[in-house]
Design a protein around this ligand. Sequence first.
Ligand code: AP5
Length: 228
Amino acid sequence: MGGRREAEGVQLVLLGPPGAGKGTQAEMLSQFYGIPQISTGNILRAAVQAGSELGRQAQKYMNAGQLVPDEVIIGVVQERLGKPDCAAGFLLDGFPRTVPQAEALDRVLAEMERPLTAAVEVAVDPEEVVERLSLRRTCPQCAAVYHLKNKPPRQPGVCDACGAALVQREDDREEVIRKRLEVYAQQTAPLVDYYAGKKLLLKVDGGQEIGAVQAEIRRKLEAVVNKA
Ligand code: AP5
């Protein structure tokens, strides 16, 4: 899906269960609006790979399908939002994940005088994500996301974008996926009401094919972005 939309000051949050397609849609939206995709999952995986203190703290939670503590992740996001590439807007993928994270984000954005444009909920049937995630492959180098059936790489096992060997994520084993779904239902799903209450929620059907989900998101965002 081509084209690029210059839209200054678009601040987005993507919500949805594991495997809903947040990362896939975020990558496309980030290119379309010319704003950085800030994926807390990618930041944490890069930290684990680098063996940093953050990675050391996060790894045990991630491998068990649990959330890393709020105080750890909030600081990471606050620092990232201060970087110059966020001046024209940003897209948060995988943050906030709890009500305290959402409240912290509100405080940070109020300080920056950059109100949220919308929170996009990518809704899917939990059973569907188990299949999606077991067939997902990711690039450990550039974080590109593939699916063996729905979005295969051109050459099996090799990243189209950077040529690195694709891997299966540690937390994409069925028992961990089920734990992540449980954690989503308990800790993250309340954010749907949180953003609906603030009149910022846009719900899209994540069960459609990838291009159709993107088209629905852009259509729904168009009205809001034009108003901003
Ligand atoms: P994170 O990396 O954020 O994982 P997640 O939220 O579980 O989401 P996923 O990356 O699994 O799925 P996605 O929705 O991005 O789907 P994708 O586009 O890849 O977090 C990992 C861990 O880090 C957490 O468990 C936690 O420990 C920690 N963490 C991260 N943020 C945190 C925070 N804020 N607080 C605390 N802890 C945090 O798509 C999935 C697959 O389906 C792909 O193969 C894709 O090709 C395919 N696909 C996508 N869309 C479609 C479609 N429409 N139809 C068919 N297939 C599709």
